[in-house]
Ligand binder design. Structure first.
Ligand SMILES: Cc1ncc(C[n+]2csc(CCOP(=O)(O)OP(=O)(O)O)c2C)c(N)n1
Ligand SMILES: [Mg+2]
Length: 321
């Protein structure tokens, strides 16, 4: 079934917003306004998180990769709070999420600093859904690095044997910290092959193609929602910059990033929608102006917030428990 025009435009606005938020984070970081001395940039990797979130209801659970968490504005977090969380500012006193995107009421159970420990947490959410007999789903997106760790394997085994409503997705940006995870970590060419060993259906998709990714995620979210159980899917994208800003990337083959810039999801999707007659130049200019104003204001508001403190984190964590 064709994706409705409204949905296509909603995703376009969100991909554009994600790009501008990513740029704002860099601006705040490089001008010394962020409270975190490093930045993991996600420019060019926005299609997967936005296509995932476009498939979810407010009451579904989701985890994105730590690099792309700022896209959670598309799950109902204010842009100010997305920026604040990435800049070590605390908006929890003002109605924002607690700590690193921990907001159970909105379906976000945060992510762990010891990377790769998250799948069992989200598996727990899937168990709760099965127990409560609701039609919610969980989408647990893992990087190609952290998705290769042990907790992911155990979670896939248990999800399969208990037929839980969870979609595991690998956001394959081709690199862990400084190795090619596909070449040096996974030892398979098509990462989706891994699901077969666990009895999980799934497939790989061009994760820089917004519509294709939306459709593949939809297929497996619908499966989970309709009682069909878990799956394992892979979005292929590319980390255009270093692991963090300042990484000189001696491990990256020359010319590789340049090739991937040609597949940048934003101009690609813009062209697709214009060719389809869904997006006009006038609409695009209007979106740009609206989003710029919104993101600039959100950036100012985020930076005016107090720095996060252990005391506040503990207090708000205890409030939840
Ligand atoms: C258990 C653990 N080992 C190592 C690290 C350091 N580390 C931070 S990010 C990262 C790479 C993760 O790669 P991937 O999951 O592909 O995410 P990406 O950086 O590509 O977004 C590593 C190794 C960590 N945080 N936790
Ligand atoms: Mg990676």
């Amino acid at each position: 079934m064709a994706v409705p025009n409204e949905k296509l435009l909603e995703m376009y606005r969100n991909v554009l917003t994600a790009r501008r938020v990513g740029e704002k984070l860099y601006e705040l970081f490089s001008s010394g306004k962020s409270g975190i001395p490093w930045l993991h940039r996600g420019i060019g990797e926005e299609a997967i998180p936005i296509a995932v979130l476009a498939n979810l209801r407010k009451d579904d659970y989701v985890k994105l990769t730590f690099r792309m968490d700022y896209c959670l504005f598309a799950k109902g977090i204010e842009i100010r709070d997305c920026i604040a969380s990435e800049a070590y500012k605390d908006s929890s006193q003002f109605g924002g999420p607690r700590s690193r995107f921990f907001w159970p009421e909105k379906g976000m159970l945060g992510h762990t600093g010891a990377g790769g420990e998250d799948p069992p947490i989200y598996l727990g959410a899937a168990v709760s859904i099965k127990y409560k007999k609701t039609d919610q789903v969980v989408v647990c997106v893992m990087g190609d690095g952290f998705g290769n760790r042990g907790p992911m394997h155990e979670s896939m085994v248990m999800a399969a044997s208990w037929k839980l409503p969870i979609v595991f997705m690998i956001h394959n940006n081709q690199y862990g910290m400084n190795i090619s995870a596909r070449r040096d970590g996974w030892m398979v060419n098509d990462l989706a092959d891994r699901g077969k060993g666990y009895g999980l259906p799934g497939e790989s998709v061009d994760g820089n193609d917004v519509i294709a990714t939306y459709e593949v995620v939809k297929k497996y979210v619908d499966l989970a929602r309709n009682g069909g159980g878990p799956s394992f899917i892979v979005g292929e994208t590319y980390r255009l910059g270093g692991h963090t800003v300042g990484d000189t990337q001696p491990y990256r083959p020359k010319g590789e990033a340049e090739e991937w810039w040609k597949l940048d999801p934003l101009p690609r999707y813009q062209k697709t929608l214009m060719d389809m007659g869904i997006l006009t130049k006038e609409m695009d200019d209007r979106f740009e102006a609206e989003i710029k104003a919104e993101v600039d204001k959100a950036g100012e508001d985020a930076i005016a917030l107090p720095f996060a403190s252990l005391e506040n984190h503990l207090k708000t964590a205890i409030d939840v428990v």
